[in-house]
Write a new protein. Structure first.
Length: 261
């Protein structure tokens, strides 16, 4: 399945451009979750959420809706990642499983200055659980330093079945190697000048790429560090319009969804 969404649901400029002007703020998640098929929750990166919050979010969204969660910076923004075990365990004890079947991938976003260290990375990836209290967990790692453009990193991610976020950004190199249980894209080049954030041509291109990954193939026009991006099996694909011209993110997501019908 291919899911498309945005980061968070609270953003004042979306009032009148995405949300109806008279919509109560308390109903924004309810509204957004019926226009999109997934949302990446960023609040979990900055602070610990409560089990009650996770239950509330699950209750406000349709049965087939899925959240992805950005893992806490206490685990990902540290000098030695292999020492993050306690922070990782605390995160999973915080109530994330209250989302039930609406719990999607966990995004582990590293600090931009964090360089690739094979031993440290191996230790960190080994800490990421693939099952917690009977629930399957799909892990995604986002790396932003150029040193990760290394086949050794790709092989480590594959060994631990952790997906590498495919990030389209002006700041960081794109990695399209398929290494985990999902394909996770974060598209960050929405433009204020385009009503749908991305041009029709680029939306068509991303739709074609998403279908290729979902079918277990590869997006042949994207760079794979280890030389081959293909998963060779069908995969769920998550696409988030995030950063860039944020005000255009919902329109970009909905325009891409139209192309994927």
């Amino acid at each position: 399945m291919i899911r498309v969404g945005i980061g968070g649901w609270v953003f004042k400029p979306w009032r009148g451009t995405f949300y109806p002007p008279d919509l109560a703020q308390a109903r924004e998640l309810e509204y957004a979750s019926r226009k999109l098929t997934t949302i990446e929750i960023n609040g979990t990166f900055y602070r610990t959420q409560t089990p009650a919050s996770f239950r509330k979010w699950a209750d406000e969204t349709p049965d087939d809706f899925v959240f992805s969660l950005k893992a806490p910076r206490a685990a990902t923004h540290r000098r030695v990642l292999a020492e993050a075990g306690e922070s990782i365990e605390r995160f999973f004890r915080s109530g994330v499983l209250e989302l039930g079947r609406k719990l999607g991938p966990i995004l582990w976003q590293l600090h931009p200055a964090k360089k690739f260290d094979a031993d440290d990375m191996a230790g960190f990836l080994a800490l990421l659980p693939h099952r917690v209290a009977g629930s399957a967990i799909a892990n995604v790692i986002e790396v932003r330093h150029a040193s990760f453009q290394d086949a050794a990193f790709i092989e480590l991610a594959r060994k631990h079945a952790v997906a590498i976020a495919l990030v389209e950004s002006d700041k960081h190199a794109l990695i399209a190697d398929v290494t985990g249980e999902v394909v996770y894209m974060r598209l960050q080049r929405t433009s204020d000048e385009v009503e749908t954030g991305y041009s029709r041509q680029m939306l068509d291109i991303w739709a074609r790429r998403a279908r290729a990954f979902a079918e277990g193939g590869a997006a042949d026009d994207l760079p794979a560090v280890a030389g081959k991006a293909s998963a060779k099996r069908k995969q769920d694909v998550f696409i988030y319009m995030i950063s860039g011209a944020k005000v255009r993110a919902p329109a970009a997501a909905m325009a891409l969804m139209e192309r994927l019908k």
